[in-house]
Ligand binder design. Structure first.
Ligand SMILES: Cc1cc2nc3c(=O)[nH]c(=O)nc-3n(C[C@H](O)[C@H](O)[C@H](O)COP(=O)(O)OP(=O)(O)OC[C@H]3O[C@@H](n4cnc5c(N)ncnc54)[C@H](O)[C@@H]3O)c2cc1C
Length: 542
């Protein structure tokens, strides 16, 4: 490939305009004296695929706004390759996610602090969740009003979701009104990152209103970072591919990686920062030995049971879909309500599957649609599904380089079910889903499971899990913070041994929080803004 070369200059260069990158670009450029350049590999997010909540049915199974990665074959999943959708474009994964607004359990963050990360305990991170939020319903110490990220209940709550909640209550789960309040244990309606019936992805929340208005903020889409540049040990910029042009974007004061849990470690490794053996295997010369890069991959493994049903309100492919779809489109166009305003996953639960656990170990998600294989396998008919996922997995995987070509996908090995304890947790969760979803109140006759595998005994269910479980889309931890030899960043998110370089995305999480990860990503970025501003004011530079 031939490249014309060029150089751009900014004070701060941010790689990746996803959940975290969007927050940083907006907040840091509030200072008009600071030139900020945001590089995003994908496209602008202003598109109906992103804005319409139900658009996820098109983006998640395809490569539209989605990198659509595959994992290495997973021995724990019967040798299957897992699917790893990741958002590509402004807003990143928040542009294709299910919009569920959850923070995790307070003890998750207290745990981060006890692992040697001062400043990350629950009481210290709560203000940043609150700062980012505009909650339409809950006004109390746990919630914020006036923040950029709009949080709302479903615009047209699905009646079948209420029936699934009632079935769970009948199984003894306590009701929960606010999963982000004092107690998250029990069943109820999720809140969503939505505004006026449209998806409120993080780019819309933080960036959209600034486009073309802040002269000190340059947002460059379809700009793919290939690796970092250095002056001695200091990171000074990013090599980037824009169209067929190779541009060097120099960051006079900071370079910040926000490329997500798979591509941030990939960029570090491509730049020679990682475990020397791993780098050598991919033909990359070691610049700095940092053995934790790409290790500690943690993710929520999920398994769903789905049932066929013709109950009203359920979504599916079948006769009448055309008419329903047109009516839905009309309602959505006129009122931003109806089936297209839904994420199809409106309700759920957090449960302790063993009584002596200190916090919920399983999350349930109830879908009023038939779902199989991330929506990649389409089935005729309508129905509903219940998901269970392992909130605090013991299985730990890794990301490594598949080659030294920056345009190749990284090698992703979540090592799902490499620790048998996760299988037993998931088994308890799936058994609960089965009890709830096979309640007589949800069926006209005997339940009709979508998949024909036997699910009568525990061993059947264990085999079912190995044959069908996959990610709930929350990979984290591959550049985790800490002070030990396997840590990649310190508690202020500075890369150990590389002045001028920070990481701000889900890769810095020491452990995966017990819940969905978008709100935690935004919290991390809000927190990082203060670290970076302090650095730039010279208080903490090193
Ligand atoms: C299908 C799906 C459903 C989900 N559902 C939920 C949910 O309901 N609730 C919830 O809280 N969380 C959910 N999540 C998870 C949540 O959205 C993510 O954890 C969060 O968005 C991650 O933020 P991030 O900033 O770490 O990475 P991302 O938002 O993924 O951002 C990374 C960005 O970097 C860009 N990038 C990557 N490489 C390069 C490069 N070389 N050069 C330039 N740019 C690059 C990417 O294109 C992307 O825009 C879901 C995720 C997915 C994929």
């Amino acid at each position: 490939m031939q490249f014309m070369s060029a150089e751009w200059l900014a004070d701060v260069v941010i790689v990746g305009g996803g959940s975290c990158g969007s927050v940083l670009a907006a907040r840091l450029s509030e200072d008009p004296s600071l030139e900020v350049c945001l590089l995003e590999a994908g496209a602008d997010d202003e598109h109906w695929y992103v804005d319409v909540p139900m658009g996820l049915a098109l983006t998640v199974p395809t490569k539209i706004f989605n990198w659509g990665f595959l994992t290495e074959p997973q021995p724990g999943l019967g040798g299957r390759r897992g699917y790893q959708p990741r958002g590509k474009g402004l807003g990143g994964s928040s542009s294709i996610n299910a919009q569920i607004y959850i923070r995790g359990h307070a003890s998750d963050y207290d745990h981060w602090a006890t692992l040697g990360n001062p400043g990350w305990s629950w009481n210290e991170v709560l203000p940043y969740f609150v700062k980012s939020e505009n909650n339409e319903r809950f006004v109390d110490a746990f919630h914020g009003q006036g923040g950029p990220l709009n949080v709302a209940h479903a615009r047209s709550p699905n009646p079948f979701a209420q029936r699934m909640i009632d079935a769970a209550l009948a199984q003894g789960l306590p009701p929960v009104e606010d999963f982000c309040g004092a107690h998250d244990e029990g069943v109820g309606w999720y809140q969503m990152t939505q505004e006026n019936g449209e998806r409120c992805n993080v780019a819309r929340a933080y960036l959209r209103r600034l486009k073309g208005k802040r002269t000190n903020l340059r947002i460059v889409t379809r700009a793919r970072a290939l690796g970092l540049s250095f002056d001695g040990s200091r990171a000074t910029g990013v090599q980037c591919l824009i169209g067929d042009q190779k541009i060097h974007v120099r960051g006079r004061r900071q370079v910040i990686l926000c490329a997500g849990a798979f591509q941030t470690p990939q960029l570090l490794m491509l730049s020679g920062i990682g475990a020397p053996d791993d780098l050598a295997a991919a033909g990359v010369k070691t610049r700095l030995a940092l053995p934790g890069v790409g290790r500690n991959l943690q993710d929520h493994l999920d398994c769903a049971l789905a049932y066929r049903s013709k109950a009203p309100g359920l979504i599916g492919i079948g006769r009448g879909l055309g008419l329903k779809g047109l009516q839905g489109a009309r309602e959505y166009r006129l009122r931003r309500s109806g089936m297209y305003s839904s994420n199809a996953n409106e309700a759920g639960a957090f449960v302790r599957t063993l009584p002596d656990l200190p916090a919920p170990d399983v999350q349930l998600v109830f879908a009023h649609a038939l779902s199989e294989n991330h929506g990649r396998t389409l089935r005729w008919g309508s129905g509903f599904a219940g998901h269970a996922c392992v909130l605090h997995p013991y299985s730990v995987g890794r990301v490594s380089l598949s080659s030294n070509d920056p345009l190749q996908a990284p090698k992703i090995d979540p090592a799902f079910l490499s620790d048998e304890r996760d299988l037993e947790t998931l088994l308890r969760g799936v058994k609960l889903v089965k009890r709830v979803l096979e309640s007589k109140t949800l069926h006209d006759g005997p339940p009709k499971p979508l998949l024909e595998d036997p699910i009568d005994s525990d061993d059947d269910l264990r085999a079912f899990i190995r044959n069908h479980a996959d990610t709930l889309y929350h990979p984290v931890g591959t550049c985790r913070m800490g002070e030990d030899p396997m840590a990649v960043v310190d508690a202020k998110l500075r890369v150990h041994g590389v002045p001028g370089l920070r990481i701000v995305d889900c890769s810095v999480m020491p452990t995966v929080p017990g819940g969905n990860t978008n709100a935690p990503a935004v919290m991390i970025a809000e927190r990082a803004v203060e670290f970076i501003q302090n650095d730039l004011q010279g208080d903490e530079s090193r």
